[in-house]
Design a protein. Structure first.
Length: 141
């Protein structure tokens, strides 16, 4: 279990419309509840940023008191990676460059659609997987 020495965490997925946005929202909530929100900068990006946040992602986070409806997908840059210092790549598809001084960790998350689970139920399962990982990550910050 690696500690996170950086002042920032950058979540990365392909489109920055679902999983990385969800993870960032969940971490912000976790840090706020712990009184540490100002200690860590939390951002998210996509390797091929899409146009908007997935409405189902926003809906299942709203169910747990997290609002990401005002977020917009952002394109990955080396500057964003360096600024954060700690990059978490969500899933197997997104690829990021290796940069000196930047810690990269990959979360192989559940993909319910591989078991035929779609829609709202799929997003709830992804949220729950990310929530457990976020609690563990927050304990390292």
């Amino acid at each position: 279990m690696m500690s996170v020495p950086s002042s920032g965490v950058l979540f990365v997925c392909v489109k920055n419309g679902g999983k990385s946005q969800m993870a960032a929202g969940l971490l912000r909530k976790e840090l706020q509840e712990a009184g540490k929100l100002d200690a860590v900068t939390v951002t998210s990006v996509g390797t091929q940023a899409g146009k908007q946040v997935n409405p189902l992602s926003a809906a299942v986070l709203s169910d747990v008191g997290v609002d990401i409806s005002d977020q917009s997908p952002t394109q990955l840059t080396e500057e964003a990676m360096r600024s954060a210092g700690h990059v978490i790549v969500i899933g197997a598809e997104a690829q990021v460059p290796g940069l000196d001084g930047v810690t990269v960790e990959r979360w192989e998350t559940v993909e319910p659609s591989e078991q035929g689970v779609e829609g709202h139920e799929r997003m709830v399962m992804i949220r729950e997987d990310l929530s457990a990982r976020i609690r563990e990550l927050a304990s390292r910050l």
